[in-house]
Design a protein around this ligand. Structure first.
Ligand code: SF4
Ligand code: SF4
Length: 361
């Protein structure tokens, strides 16, 4: 799928304010709201623009969206427009049973909650605030009671690699519909040293693939587009058609990448290909979102994997995978280079031979 005219997914960073202090925070969130963030009317107008662009999945993220006093009006407007609306609140005292019930009553389709460890101490250390783990689990119970679907987001790092099985057990116990497994991009407060090696990525993929065959919840990866390549390879090897929900999700998301089926609006209205790829192609305060998404050279380039440099550009999986454009940028400063955490060597890729003369030049 090319997603040339409309995205599959729109993510709006409603605010950068958040009362947690996570070690890996993409947004470098702090408790105070930025006076320059989009105001209530600008938010409503943005939602109208998003609806005019198509019928995408609408994600309200942050920071912590609950730091905005107008958040429920914005959510209600999104629902009224007919957008499938989801929210990713932070597990702070603002996330009360009342807030969860209100999300359900305005018609939010799903609430996503982060869990980075099966141990309360470890999770709270990672999130920088005591009590966050307990509140996360409580909010999942409140959502279940209110009839609100949930998903659990986990960022995989060297610190919780050993704990994935126990976290998966919590996902099952909570009756979440989706386990969204994020792979690190060293942007904001995140550091390269917490990231896995390319080989460890493959090990996690193997674990997720096996789990997806029997799990009661769907599994998807974020900023590990090469999980789709891994699944395609394993399906071929297993001779399986991929009938489990977690595997079918791969087919539904095939090809989505930063700027390709995905657009991110920052708290001040900047239009980015994704939250992990902070290259601005415009601002909703002066530009039309549709124009930027459909025509800006950055977005057009990101939708042409055949023009990427290095092995991603010649890889036979480039249309369903394409590698993480955000990680290519975070590690090498160029969003069109290869994903440095993919160990696959496409047969069509020949490593450039560097002559001794070029080395000494
Ligand atoms: S909950 Fe999200 S926004 Fe808040 S500090 Fe953590 S990563 Fe940042
Ligand atoms: S080489 Fe690039 S396109 Fe191919 S599987 Fe790896 S990350 Fe994906």
């Amino acid at each position: 799928m090319r997603f040339d005219n409309s995205p599959f997914l729109v993510i709006w960073e409603t605010t950068q304010a958040c009362d947690l202090a996570c070690r890996h925070c993409r947004a470098c969130a702090i408790p105070r709201r930025d006076p320059a963030e989009l105001g209530p009317q600008e938010g409503l107008d943005l939602l109208d623009q998003i609806r005019a662009l198509g019928d995408p999945l609408m994600i309200f993220t942050g920071g912590d969206p609950l730091k905005r006093p107008d958040i429920f009006e914005l959510l209600a407007h999104s629902v009224e427009l007919g957008l499938r609306t989801t929210i990713t609140p932070s597990a702070t005292p603002l996330l009360t049973e009342w807030a969860v019930r209100r999300m359900a009553s305005v018609g939010v389709a799903r609430m996503a909650i982060s869990l980075d460890s099966s141990s309360a101490d470890e999770h709270d250390r990672f999130r920088g605030v005591q009590g966050s783990f307990d509140r996360s689990l409580a909010s999942l119970r409140w959502a279940l009671k209110a009839g609100l679907e949930t998903q659990i987001n986990t960022t995989v790092t060297v610190h919780n690699l050993h704990d994935l099985d126990q976290i998966a057990a919590l996902v099952a116990e909570s009756e979440a519909k989706l386990w969204s497994v994020f792979f690190l991009v060293a942007t904001g407060r995140a550091s390269h040293k917490d990231d896995l090696t390319a080989e460890e990525y493959e090990q996690v993929f193997g674990y997720l693939y096996e789990l997806s065959k029997a799990a009661r919840f769907d599994i998807k990866t974020t900023e590990a587009q090469h999980y789709r390549r891994f699944v395609a390879q394993r399906r071929k090897f297993d001779g399986s058609g991929g009938t489990r929900p977690g595997i079918d999700l791969i087919a539904r998301h095939g090809g989505i990448n930063d700027g390709k089926g995905l657009v991110f609006i920052s708290h001040t209205g900047e239009i980015f290909p994704s939250g992990f790829l902070p290259l601005s192609a415009g601002n909703v305060r002066r530009d039309l979102l549709a124009e930027v998404y459909q025509k800006h050279p950055l977005f057009l380039g990101l939708r042409r994997p055949e023009e990427f440099s290095g092995k991603c550009g010649v890889c036979e999986y480039r249309n369903i995978c394409g590698g993480s454009r955000a990680r290519a940028y975070a590690v090498g400063g160029d969003c069109f280079r290869s994903d440095p955490r993919c160990s696959y060597q496409p047969p069509a890729y020949t490593v450039p031979i560097i002559t001794p003369k070029e080395v000494s030049a």
